[in-house]
Design a protein around this ligand. Sequence first.
Ligand code: FAD
Ligand code: MLT
Ligand code: ZN
Length: 468
Amino acid sequence: MQSALQSLRQEVSAPGLYLDDPADFAGFATDWTRKFSGQPSLVARPRSTEEVAALLAACQRHRIPVVPQGGNTGMVGGSVPRGGEVVISLSRMNRIEALDKVAGTVQVQAGVVLQQLNDALAADHLFFPVDLGGRGSCQIGGMIATNAGGLRVLRYGHVRDSLRGIEAVLADGTVVSNLNKLKKNNTGLDLKHLFVGSEGILGIITRAVFEIVPKPPSVETALLALTDRKQLPDLLQAARAAFRGLSSLEFVVRPAVDLLREVDPAVREPFDKVYPLYAVIEEETGTGPVAREEFAERLEALTQNGIIADAIVAESEAQTRELWGYRERPPEAITKTGLTHKFDVTVPQGEIPKFLDDVERLASRFPGFRIFLYGHLGDGNVHVNVVQGKMLAREAFYAAEKELSDEIYGQVSALAGSISAEHGIGIMKRDYLGHSRSAAEIAMMRRIKNALDPLGIMNPGVIFAAQK
Ligand code: FAD
Ligand code: MLT
Ligand code: ZN
């Protein structure tokens, strides 16, 4: 391997392309969950598509396995080197290249960070509507490679739904570029979709064109209190009917709020009493006091119908951020608390209350484990976090992984749900892919992988086990 790496460095060089000091590798060695890690043999940070192409062609020539890496906020172990692979980080390919206000598109390099994109678009009252808590770090390439969803899927869809064009480099260094801006372009197989959700196993995404939308004139946000989780399906149905500009509907079960307050004592108790469950609702509305009054009236109707017990309407930017914090900040509080078994699943929305009961019952069988539940109510996407308690050893915690996974994915399958709503398969879920995909589908995925990456250098072991 050392001589292959030496050849790579001789054949492909540019100022600053490689990190020379292994001490600098730490940030590339583990992902956000801290559950997955490994030492890269080398870290390359190309600045252009041409450099990515030269790197991949040389890696293929020398049979060097590669892990593409974006912001490293992934939650399934797909972005970390596990067996001494070369990490190719897109972080220096961070240019917003072209904004077409008439077409309503933006072309970006893959290493642009989500927040960076939306900050830039804000000057023109535009925005890229896929939004998620990792916005300050996650990159466009990583978001495409995982088909990220997030907080506004019920209105704007996943990344896939905004994607117009893509440029990617295959394992042999071939650049496949179709930076299409057109809304309508039915010209054979739409190859960009191969890369959506591909998690780095087919090639490296280097550029993309996205559809962007005008910023809504005004957005109203409220935190809702519920007394019973059985009301979640009714809340979804009522909100869809009454809030025409509904852009987000999220839920968080009380223990996650307790944890947030435990980790950050400055977090206030939101209502004058404790409720077992909360929801965040967001609606795009017209401007002015009347719009807010009408929003509040719609919430009042939910109270009258007994669906919610109370509501706080945000009256300022700061309060909006505070209310969103009850739903957005628990993931960070969880990583500060302990190791976590994370399950990102979809179940039919009507089954959410029963599913929450079932997973809580399951977790209670494991002494010293804590469970935190939240998710995207509009999409039936539940995030189950089973967290290591203070007194529990790392080994004992990890020993439960298989039993928990078997049970939870079994429950999800029985409900005709999906074992991955939005985080992808990575290495974490590859043994369970068969719960959500048929044997014929998996075989077809492998044929595509083998056709585009015959030597298996691209992110080996991700989505399915590497072939020997
Ligand atoms: P990475 O973690 O670096 O990589 C993810 C995968 O993509 C890996 O398999 C990697 O090999 C591959 N990859 C990365 N870049 C490229 C590229 N250029 N070409 C080919 N393959 C590539 N996700 C959601 O969907 N919804 C959420 O609501 C959500 N909330 C989050 C909240 C927080 C606080 C955090 C930390 C994460 C959250 N995520 C969420 C996880 C989510 O998957 C990522 O934030 C994002 O999609 C990954 O982007 P990244 O650049 O960090 O990719
Ligand atoms: C979220 O919705 O908050 C994210 O997907 C992160 C998580 O699952 O913890
Ligand atoms: Zn999520």
